[in-house]
Design a protein around this ligand. Structure first.
Ligand SMILES: NC(=O)c1ccc[n+]([C@@H]2O[C@H](COP(=O)([O-])OP(=O)(O)OC[C@H]3O[C@@H](n4cnc5c(N)ncnc54)[C@H](O)[C@@H]3O)[C@@H](O)[C@H]2O)c1
Length: 355
């Protein structure tokens, strides 16, 4: 491994992975390409430079930008419009052109230059209606899956790769699922080597959380900088549940997959924090209040937005059986880390989070 290209490399996941790869593989040349469309991504540029990671301003929608990169051994695709709410009531052009056409440009780049691919897909490939009809019961401050559910791909461990794919999933989910299909075709037709990780919620420091994406950082920010939060949808009680994975745990998995790519070529894995690392919004409020010592005004919006789901926890059995990987970093540790990051970078972050 001599050279890694990280597209979307100034974003939360891309920049964190870039710095971790540089830290662990000092001799590897890491290049981050990003169009800096995400507010706050520009704050990562001095960090990348300071640690010897190269940056190129570029756009995955433009094949000629990728052509300027030169040869790479790996491309880690982290560029995206990452919000599941994108496209609702507005043009989907940016979403489709970046998430799908941009990925195809990356695949073409690899077909012509050579090199392997890591793709960050999403749990949101699974259909909204099916997830809304899971057998859930409220228990204390969260929704829980009822004992021995009879839904295919759903167990007390969460949602596995066997969960049915028929049904609407949002345009965001559709761009990612289509991307998975193209990747598998490129593996079959052109001998590309690639691994696909369907990630649940990822979190950690340097995530520029906003209302439609990055809720852990948003929750900590509102408690720290001030401002309001809302429990949105499903009656406005804040009982909806997600699992959360720290991006360093994702890095540990990527190393295992990249070092043994022949064992993972074309494979799809559900990747997330798992049941141990799951939390409801109500529970998150208690945790963040305790961590920051601040409380926050939280409103209730009973109406459910079109792409919202009440419960998603990743069943990581398949990836665990294949690699022995499991997450190490707990949600309280993630919240502590995000809080410390905000305290240390208060001035720069205030303008990003205090909109
Ligand atoms: N964060 C999560 O919880 C999560 C969960 C599942 C999957 N993912 C996936 O992981 C990847 C990284 O997400 P993230 O959380 O770092 O998002 P992010 O918004 O922080 O980073 C994405 C980066 O891509 C850049 N970008 C957007 N459009 C671009 C374009 N056309 N050309 C070049 N760069 C462009 C943005 O400027 C940004 O810096 C995405 O593919 C996302 O779908 C994220």
């Amino acid at each position: 491994m001599k050279r890694i290209l990280i597209t979307g490399g100034a974003g939360f996941v891309g920049s964190t992975l870039a710095l971790l790869f540089k830290q662990h593989y000092a001799d590897v040349d890491i290049l981050c390409l990003d169009n800096l469309s995400r507010r706050g991504s520009e704050l990562n540029l001095p960090r990348l430079k300071q640690h010897g990671v190269s940056f190129m301003h570029g756009d995955v929608r433009n094949p000629e930008d990728l052509a300027r990169v030169g040869e790479v051994d790996w491309l880690i695709e982290c560029s995206a419009e990452p919000s599941v709410h994108a496209g609702f009531g507005e043009s989907p052009a940016y979403l489709i052109n970046t998430n799908l056409n941009g990925l195809i440009n990356c695949l073409e780049f690899l077909r012509m230059q050579g090199g392997n691919l890591v793709f960050l897909s999403t749990s949101r490939v699974y259909p909204i209606a099916t997830l809304r009809h899971l057998p859930l019961i409220p228990q204390n401050q969260r929704l829980c899956i009822e004992n021995k559910p009879t839904v295919v791909g759903c167990s007390e461990k969460g949602i596995s790769e066997a969960f049915p794919l028929e049904g609407n999933r949002s345009l965001y989910g559709a761009t990612k699922l289509s991307g998975e299909l193209f990747i598998q075709e490129y593996c079959h037709m052109y001998g590309l080597q690639a691994v696909i990780n369907r990630c649940g919620v990822l979190a950690g420091a340097w995530q520029m959380g906003k209302v439609d994406q990055g809720f852990i950082a948003l929750w900590v920010a509102r408690h720290f900088f001030g401002g309001k939060l809302q429990y949105m949808g499903f009656g406005g009680e804040g009982l909806q549940v997600r699992d959360v994975l720290h991006v360093s745990d994702l890095f540990q998995l990527l190393q295992l997959q990249m070092n043994q790519i022949q064992d993972h070529n074309g494979a799809i894995y559900n990747v997330g924090g798992g049941m141990k690392n799951s939390i409801s919004l109500c529970e998150l409020t208690s945790l963040v209040t305790k961590t920051t010592g601040n409380s926050c005004d939280i409103g209730c919006v009973p109406e459910t937005r079109e792409a919202d789901i009440p419960f998603y926890v990743t069943d990581i059995t398949k990836v665990n059986q294949k690699t022995a990987w499991e997450p190490k970093i707990s949600i309280p540790m993630i919240v502590e880390e995000v809080y410390a990051w905000m305290q240390q970078n208060k001035n720069a972050l205030e303008t990003i989070f205090n909109l």
